[in-house]
Design a protein around this ligand. Structure first.
Ligand code: PRX
Length: 641
């Protein structure tokens, strides 16, 4: 398979970029010719950001799985599509060729159909990182059902909220999942969620850990039993549903600045083009290479760069069940050596955490197969970037720092490995079709440089790229308000950035009330709501603070109404409430009990002050004269934790 749209030099990048901006319809129409369509489009693009209404490849018909699987069968049927490395290094790895994948996906389509699932239904997938997770995702896409994958770390309450929001009547899960030395009881979490969701009709349960689970008659079925029923049918061929270009492919919930996560909706055609185009260009993928993305499929990175992007490109995608530090901190490097991975794509948090173990876990590991190394999910500090470049990339591999979001579907700003230059801790240049602009609070484009010679502002994008979100499930107005209403005619990312003279961008972090904890997005309001659920809590305010490994940590200021005899125990109680309401990933790192919060006379919490205190600043807290009770600030500073 060749990729005629692969950009191979800096000059071609400049040329492609200019063409994509001047004639987007010609540019993307030509890229789209390299995909398999049931029917081609009438018009490449029609849009406005006002509603917003964004339509790519209008009236085209396709099924993304024919692009991910069927079209590779004749030429690379025996090539590994997925290599799966289990959590336990002593368990055998699995290799799934494109032919195997076709067989498994079509077989599972029958299971979905036999269980009453059809086009347009929402299916929640809550599984560990086993190959069947990819199979479940692809089978939903093939049948035309809308998948909503939920990361295995979310709590029953979070699952219930998402099931309600999408009115998902079907669930695919596992009995349990292995992660390091832990066994996560997934089915039992689902059972807890379903107490509140009696509209759920079927739960399909894959055996992985074979721990005891409760199987409810008429509702819960074993994956393996359902497969056996299909096996008796002989050939499992399953014709893919014909989807419109703009039909929803999936929903993925993500946090924003309000309390309730939003169901970001991606479309079939635009998302396919965008993930594949970026995969081929950013990673400069070469046929036959092994691509190792360490993310979980529960996040957008796994959707786009373990499943859809690589498979649409006919690549070999390496999928890992476990964690970077188990059984020891050399696990990633062992996997690279074992499977001769050519690409590793991971989060700065993982790099910082592995860096803290020194070079010993790398010694003796042959990493010579690596051609490029990448990061995603949060700003990477220069120290971590350099360590990664020197010790993993051996000073030879280009480092790609890819900036994007759940809402963008795939990378928007990144160097193209080995083609456009890398720059430590800079995401660098926009991809073709992406028009970033830095604006001030009023939405006016920044034209004056700061004291370091950079343009600095809030990062927006001027026009749609094929992978932009189309709506937030069930609430289009929310989508408009969140992304398209802050600044007129711009998509607002929620991030701040700086730009240098060469046009490179460096993302400086969120400018809204969203935290990025170990590369995972969590809204401060969401954490506050969870803390406030604890019976003794009167009010709380949550901010982020710099954390050596996680990038950001969660600092919670809590007004506690009950008795505080044992502060540490109360902290544990609050944390366990947060774990129940959201999941363990949202537990505050620090909890400070306070008698009041700094509020303006209109009752607004001055987070700026709380942020500074959490960062360790005790003196220059800015103007506190407008506060209702300025003395509260002294108390909070004095009792910092
Ligand atoms: O703040 C940015 C940060 O992660 C946010 C998006 O989070 P999420 O939707 O969970 O997607 C993560 C995986 C794409 C962004 O708004 N972010 C992502 N990549 C980078 C980044 N910050 C700095 N540099 C990056 N490369």
């Amino acid at each position: 398979m060749s990729y005629p749209y692969q950009i191979k030099s800096l000059d071609s990048y400049n040329e492609a970029y200019t063409k994509s901006i001047e004639s987007p319809e010609t540019y993307w129409g030509e890229v789209a010719e390299n995909f398999q369509w049931r029917k081609k489009w009438d018009k490449v693009l029609e849009w406005n950001f006002k509603e917003p209404s964004i339509k790519w490849f209008q009236n085209a018909k396709l099924n993304i799985t024919e692009n991910c699987i069927d079209r590779h069968l004749a030429t690379k049927g025996n090539q590994p599509a997925i290599i799966w490395e289990p959590n336990d290094p002593d368990e055998h790895h699995r290799v799934i060729t494109y032919k195997d994948l076709y067989f498994k996906v079509t077989q599972f389509c029958h299971v979905l159909k036999n269980n009453g699932i059809s086009k347009g239904d929402r299916v929640c997938i809550y599984m560990g990182m086993v190959p069947e997770l990819a199979v479940a995702v692809l089978a939903c896409a093939r049948i035309g059902a809308i998948h909503s994958v939920i990361f295995g770390g979310f709590s029953a309450q979070s699952i219930a909220d998402r099931l309600h929001d999408a009115h998902a009547e079907f669930i695919i899960t596992c009995d349990g999942a292995y992660r390091g030395n832990k066994e996560i009881p997934l089915k039992s979490v689902i059972d807890d969620a379903l107490i509140q969701c009696n509209f759920v009709k079927k739960v399909i349960v894959l055996t992985r850990t074979r721990q005891a689970v409760s199987m409810i008659k008429g509702r819960d079925v074993w994956w393996e039993d359902e497969i056996k029923k299909v096996e008796t049918m002989g050939s499992p061929d399953f014709p893919a549903a014909e989807m419109d270009a703009e039909d929803p492919l999936f929903i993925l919930y993500t946090s924003g600045s309000t309390g309730k996560p939003k169901g970001v909706v991606h479309s079939c055609a635009g998302y396919m083009i965008w993930t594949t185009f970026t995969f081929v260009n950013v990673f400069q993928y070469q046929p036959g290479e092994v691509h190792f993305c360490t993310a979980d499929i529960g996040w957008i990175t796994g959707h786009s760069y373990i499943v859809y992007g690589p498979l649409c490109s006919g690549a070999t995608s390496l999928m890992f069940e476990g964690i970077p530090t188990w059984p020891d901190a050399g696990r990633f490097w062992e996997i690279v050596e074992k499977h001769k991975a050519n690409i590793i794509y991971t989060a700065p948090t993982a790099i910082r955490s592995l860096m803290s173990f020194g070079e010993e876990p790398i010694q003796g590991k042959d990493l010579s197969s690596l051609r490029l190394i990448g990061t995603v999910g949060e700003p990477i500090n220069e120290e971590a970037w350099k360590w990664y470049h020197e010790h993993i990339g051996k000073g030879k591999c280009p480092v790609i720092d890819t900036w994007w979001q759940t809402e963008t579907g795939a990378c928007l700003i990144s160097n193209l490995a080995g083609v456009t230059p890398h720059k430590a801790s800079w995401a660098t240049l926009p991809l073709p079709g992406v028009q970033p602009v830095l604006v001030d609070e009023k939405g006016i484009e920044i034209t004056e440089k700061d004291e370091h010679g950079f343009l600095k502002g809030n990062l927006c994008i001027k026009a749609p790229w094929p992978g932009i979100l189309r709506t937030t499930y069930g609430d289009h107005e929310r989508c408009r308000l969140n992304y398209f209403a802050t600044y007129e005619n711009l998509y607002f990312t929620g991030d701040g950035a700086i730009k240098d003279d060469q046009g490179n961008y460096r993302i400086t972090g969120r400018v809204d009330d969203v935290l990025n904890i170990s590369g995972h997005r969590i809204g401060t309001a969401e954490v506050e709501n969870a803390i406030n659920m604890h019976s003794g809590v009167v009010e709380s305010a949550v901010v982020g603070y710099p954390h050596d490994i996680k990038g950001q940590g969660i600092y919670a200021y809590v007004i506690y109404g009950g008795k505080l005899d044992d502060q540490n125990l109360t902290r544990l109680d609050i944390n366990s409430t947060v774990a129940k309401v959201i999941g363990a990933i949202a537990k505050p790192d620090k909890i400070q009990f306070v008698s009041g919060l700094p509020k303006t006379r209109s009752g607004k919490i001055m987070r700026r002050i709380l942020r500074k205190i959490a960062e360790g600043e005790t003196q220059n807290l800015g103007d506190t004269s407008t506060l209702l009770d300025p003395l509260i600030v002294d108390e909070i500073v004095k009792n910092r934790v």
